[in-house]
Design a binder for this molecule. Sequence first.
Ligand code: GUN
Ligand code: ZN
Length: 434
Amino acid sequence: MTKTLIRGRLLAFLAEPHAVDDHASYVYEEDGAVLVEDRVIVASGAYARVALDAGGTEVVDHRPHLLLPGFIDAHAHFPQMQVIASFGAELLDWLNTYTFPAETKFSDPAHAARIAGCFLDEMARHGTTTAAVYCTVHPGSADAFFAEAQRRGMCMIAGKVMMDRNAPAALTDTAQSSYDDTKALIARWHGKGRLNYAITPRFAITSTPGQMEMAAALAAEHPDLHIQTHLSENHAEIAFSGELYPHCGDYTGIYVDYGLTGPKSLFGHCIHLSEREADVLAESGSVAVFCPTSNLFLGSGLFDYQRYRRRTRPLRIAAATDVGGGTNYSMLRTMDEGYKVIALNGEKLNPLASFWQITRGNAEALSLESRIGTLEAGSDADLVVLDARATPAMRLRMETVETLAEELFVLQTLGDDRAVVETYVAGSPMKQGL
Ligand code: GUN
Ligand code: ZN
């Protein structure tokens, strides 16, 4: 069995940090190390101690760079790589004008395989080791995505979108075929290696009540599976959903009525929720996924992160790129824009909380904290190595930095893929070879 000792300035979170001086919320070792054996972390902590267990193991020394759990992206669309940077539309027009035409190309398995490979390489280049991903309506797009993720040993959550109306004919399934195809994909991929299937009705607008019933049946038959969909992103979308489901009270009520809320349910956006809707999501343990670059790019609105966290019944929150409504693959860029969205709501997000969110926080939101998002022994060895002096501007700014929190804020504000020195997936370096 191969062992590797990865040395660096170790940082991992234990709990959500409530302030920049919340030192109990994280573990930091100036000279730290992670010992990896057979794809899993077997020890981590001070180098001097961990090295004792390592014997004559090969050492990869990343000092003076930071070593954290790999980043986690809780919502992205791999078929939208060529949709990023499409000009001039809000959500529904953007879907019809750019996104649906791009997604029709995924009927071709060769195209699906090529883009899935590009997407996962881009994730690794940006330090992201796990993502919750939407495929297209074509079952082959999910086969391609899972096959490429399996080849790289990556922990991924994904599903074929179910959509049987309000989309081009080439992109619609039927209630029955979406059920059958999803069942077959679950059997083929869920639980294989590090792969997780997510039941993925795209959103209420593109599913008939008949298809929502099928999604409900799938959820009831597979209560351990994730469910991912979109909710309350844009005013026109909310109004149209209300017209399509007039008996459900509000947008969240649609998903409640079809049994799609719960602790494994990931709701992209959740920008314009009423208090009632936020209560329902919180009580069911559902997750609201914050996608700042997308929300700004599409002009969808400002997710009120701190209001949701501070409620009597706090919402579970994840953070995500939402490529390709989102404009960047980087979770550093995502949290930089997230900081600005939160600032526009008159609040702040401290840098420790930001890095908690994209590591352990997202792992908890995806119910995967027993495997990822930490550096504890027994976790999968998914790691990111970060250089806060990666560019001339960062180097200059770092001359005046004195604390870890300040360094993290420089990484978030000025950093991108250039600050990611290496990304380890299950103990294997994935970036330098790309
Ligand atoms: N709502 C339904 N589908 C999508 C999508 O692909 N992107 C975004 N941002 N919102 C959606
Ligand atoms: Zn989305």
